[in-house]
Design a protein around this ligand. Structure first.
Ligand code: B3K
Ligand code: ZN
Length: 887
């Protein structure tokens, strides 16, 4: 474990590297007890470096150095200095060959960074700074090198030997060993290096690119999982086609490999031509995977593939620029998923994540800009801000430029910077140069943290036939940023009249001759306060603002409930129809929360029940939309709009509202459930079938709240007879959250017996129990930690039990005696030594302690202090804990 060092790295201190590495030859000798890494680096001084006689400082972490030479002259111990994470050689020529041998122990590497063992296979994870755990190197993304990799291992235990690029030779060695040599013609930073050695089987296919290059596609998995690769393979081919059609980007090698690994810190990794995936993001089959799982596989496969251009061909100059590749690539994968399935559903899901997780991060102690100014541990910056807000920033550029100019901009960006390591500024400049649009003020989205608040009001002048929208924007202070400048905020909007959308004539602007449809526009909000006047407005309109969630802001407009009901039915923007339903739900839930806090009895606003009935009775509506609009705002979203957060009252209010809806609409839910249960044909993860299942299962969840025999029977039948995991899991969730104790216990037991040989299914089984909102869940979670299927070293299991309990089960995590907080702190302390990245990630729910009620704050803070007092904290945990406790 790397010890905590309170060193902060600043963007302003960036300097070009003093040395370059033109060629890298690595030779791995993998043995059971250890691995030897022999590296040969062709190095020279960087002509652009400031200091022409700088010493050579290499990165290296937890390495045993066995040999070191420069131009075949051994460097003796007095010739170098090794301290912390670096090795310094004071005197080197201008150009030289550095050879070095390190000894590492992959089987003991529980951090899952560098070269490690996941069950019987060897694999790597080098982003961001894992390569330095393999050998001494210039482990920074602006040092790009051409790699040749030789791997020797036991032929039986590791019949498959993979690395980046093309396989150039194989050889049988003495002693039952063999060798493979791989060469990657594209220069790349060390974080994209990968190696896999193990006993794997593969599924193969081919793809022919737009210029006729035939690419071999392989997915490597354990033999038992060979039947779960079809969806990933199809997703990969769809992604390759989509990137050609939408971005003009073609794949650049003859081979593309994906490897599935059980123990993996995140979803997947875009190593050049050798993507390594968490099994949860690549394996899928109807019997074992839910709809959400299928969609995740499609999205992650596409995301990693898209990185080949947005990340690999054009990479980041330094880690402050992480969103350059991540934000852009998330935007690309979101658009791909929208094109493959339902656009509105995808947007609603993404905005849900943004408005809960990202807005909370932006308001907490770890708030940072999309391009951070500083960090202690870069692993802590793979955040929802870098990924999701970063994607929103790219989406806003797309909205401001329109699709054609955006494509011109992306073409220019890829052409201009191919093979280079660049910055967010380079990206924005390319967009500006291609479009002619001034993005000067827009750049503040990269440098200012915090979620802007936009307050809007509208005034209709019946005499003048004008409608004036006034916007005020502000942004709360965040750590290190007490003052904020106004942002350039694109507000997509329209005005609705009684008979439909109104034509828009914005005062001072000529109508756009290019748009036949003048009912939709994008306002450029740039000032702290700004007015927009619409002329020739024949009636008082209802404005539809921030369509498609055109900017990551908190918008406040005082709609009446009747106006929200009107927007729910008539807005031509699907996202905003859903948003109107959400805001209506927020108003109703706020009332119930207040009543609960005052010990009053109050009924749910009748209008929600009427609206629900109308939705369920209207055959013309899209089923996915109905399901989304019938889902009340989540507890996490309510926590965002009601601070300080009273977790227990929010939970009680939402439960009451759900029960009232279930009681009032029992007949409609029953009928809809029955109609939707009759599916035609086999299971397909198609948008249409997914919509059908999501509404059917929502009906089931509502019906199960009634706690009656009939609903129980329906639920048990679905659990026992379903042919797919989506329906089975939905039934199990409903049952586990119900009061039917004997049936629940039996069902959980049977489910375990049926699926114990499918680790990904068992993770769901863990998660369902950890997220039960009923009392006694913490005790159950503690028992689950001792379950034979639980492994603290497997991140998926940690996420399924500990992560799910602390992050998705507010009512139990925040139980008033603080036992939930104590439980989390104990797990963080345990994981701090084993896997610092996972430990630090788990801390999220505790770090936001300041937004809760005073008694909870005190208990949460005490647990953070207990962690802070631990003698040996990893840098990852140290950074989050110390920033959480800072004033
Ligand atoms: N780039 C990787 C994330 C690496 C995280 C390292 N701690 C996966 C992705 O975003 O595609
Ligand atoms: Zn990524």
């Amino acid at each position: 474990m790397r010890d905590a060092q309170a060193t902060t790295i600043y963007l302003k201190d960036y300097q070009v590297p003093d040395f370059l590495i033109d060629r890298t030859a690595l030779h791995f000798e993998i043995f059971d007890s250890h691995t030897l890494v022999h590296s040969t680096l062709a190095m020279r001084r960087n002509p652009a470096a400031k200091n022409a006689s700088a010493p050579l400082v290499l990165d290296g972490c937890e390495l045993e150095l066995e040999a070191l030479s420069i131009d075949d002259q051994a460097v003796t111990e007095s010739g170098y200095e090794s301290a912390g994470e670096s090795l310094t050689i004071h005197t080197v020529p201008d150009s030289f060959t550095l050879r070095c041998t390190t000894r590492i122990y992959p089987q003991n590497n529980t951090s899952l960074e560098g070269l490690y063992k996941s069950s019987t296979m060897y694999c790597t994870q080098c982003e961001a700074e894992g390569f330095r755990k393999i050998t001494y190197f210039l482990d920074r993304p602006d040092v790009m090198s051409v790699y040749t990799v030789t791997v020797d291992a036991d032929s039986k235990r590791c019949p498959v030997l993979l690395s980046n690029g093309n396989l150039v030779s194989t050889e049988t060695l003495e002693g039952g060993r063999h060798r493979a040599v791989w060469e990657d013609p594209h220069k790349k930073p060390a974080y994209l290096f990968a190696l896999v050695a193990g006993d794997l089987e593969r599924v193969s296919d081919t793809f022919t690119t737009m210029n006729g290059r035939k690419v071999d596609l392989h997915i490597y998995v354990e033999e038992k999982d060979l039947d779960k690769c079809d969806h990933a393979m199809l997703s990969l081919k769809n992604a390759m086609t989509w990137d050609e059609e939408v971005y003009g980007r073609e794949y650049d090698l003859d081979i593309f490999n994906i490897v599935a690994v059980d123990d993996f810190n995140m979803g997947a990794m875009e190593n050049k031509s050798l993507n390594i995936f968490n099994t949860s993001c690549v394996l899928a089959s109807p019997g074992t995977t839910t709809d959400a799982g299928f969609q995740r596989v499609e999205g992650v496969v596409a995301h990693e593939y898209f990185h080949n251009w947005s990340g690999n061909r054009v990479t980041c100059r330094d880690w402050f620029q992480l969103s350059l590749k991540e934000g852009f690539t998330v935007f690309r994968d979101a658009e791909f998923s929208a094109d493959m399935g339902s656009r509105v559903v995808k947007r609603v899901e993404d905005v849900g994540l943004l408005r809960t997780a990202q807005f909370a991060e932006d308001a907490g102690p770890m708030a940072h800009p999309v391009r951070p100014d500083s960090y202690m541990e870069i692993s802590n910056f793979y955040t929802v801000t870098i990924y999701e807000k970063g994607a929103e920033v790219v989406r806003m550029i797309h909205t401001l430029l329109g699709p054609e100019l955006f494509r011109k901009g992306s073409d220019l960006y890829f052409d201009r910077f191919d093979g280079q390591a660049v910055t967010c500024e380079d990206f924005v400049k390319a967009m500006e140069d291609a479009s002619g649009m001034d993005l000067g003020q827009f750049r503040l989205w990269y440098s200012q943290a915090g979620t802007p608040q936009v307050d809007a009001r509208g005034e209709y002048d019946a005499e003048a036939n004008t409608y004036t929208l006034t916007f005020k924007q502000s942004c709360p202070k965040t750590p290190g940023q007490p003052q904020k400048e106004p942002f350039h905020i694109p507000i997509a909007m329209g005005l609705l009249g009684d008979a439909g959308a109104l034509r828009l004539e914005l005062k001072g602007e000529a109508p756009n001759p290019d748009t036949a449809d003048n009912t939709h526009t994008v306002l450029h909000l740039k000032q702290a306060e700004q007015q927009f006047v619409f002329e020739n407005v024949p009636e008082k309109p209802v404005p539809s603002l921030l369509r498609g969630f055109s900017a990551p802001v908190k918008l406040q407009f005082d709609y009446s409930r009747d106006e929200l009901l009107f927007l729910m039915q008539h807005d031509d923007d699907g996202f905003n129809r859903w948003e109107a339903a959400q805001q209506l739900g927020v108003l109703a839930l706020k009332e119930l929360v207040a009543a609960h806090q005052n010990n009053e009895v109050r009924a749910l606003d009748e209008r929600l029940i009427t609206a629900g009935r109308n939705l369920l009775n209207d055959d013309s509506l899209d089923l996915a939309m109905v399901a989304l609009m019938l889902t009340l705002p989540t507890e996490a979203y309510m926590a965002e709009v009601m601070q300080p957060v009273d977790v227990l009252s929010i939970h009680a209010a939402r439960m009451q509202a759900r029960l009232e809806l279930a009681t009032a609409l029992k007949e409609e839910f029953t009928n809809t459930y029955r109609t939707l249960s009759r599916r035609q044909g086999d299971y397909q993860p198609s948008a249409e079938q997914i919509a059908q299942r999501s509404l059917k299962n929502l009906c089931l969840q509502y019906l199960m709240l009634l706690n009656d025999e009939h609903s129980l029977q329906v639920c048990m039948e679905q659990l026992d007879t379903s042919d797919n995991m989506t329906d089975r899991i939905a039934a199990l969730v409903a049952l586990v959250n119900s009061e039917h104790e004997p049936q629940k216990a039996l069902a959980l037991q049977k489910f375990y017996q049926d699926w114990q040989h499918e680790p990904l299914v068992i993770n769901q089984w863990f998660q369902i129990q950890a997220t039960s909102h009923l009392p006694g869940t913490l005790k159950r979670v503690q028992e689950l930690l001792n379950h034979p299927a639980f492994e603290i070293r497997n991140p998926n299991k940690v996420r399924a039990v500990i992560g799910a309990f602390c992050g998705q089960n507010a009512v139990n995590f925040h139980q008033t005696d603080g036992a939930g907080y104590r439980f989390l702190a104990d797990r963080v302390i345990e994981l701090n030594t084993l896997n610092p990245q996972i430990a630090s990630r788990l801390l999220g729910p505790l770090s936001k302690w300041r937004k809760y009620l005073p008694e909870q704050q005190a208990l949460m803070k005490a647990e953070l202090e207990r962690i802070a007092a631990e003698p040996k904290l990893s840098r990852d945990v140290f950074e989050v804990v110390s920033k959480s406790l800072a004033d």
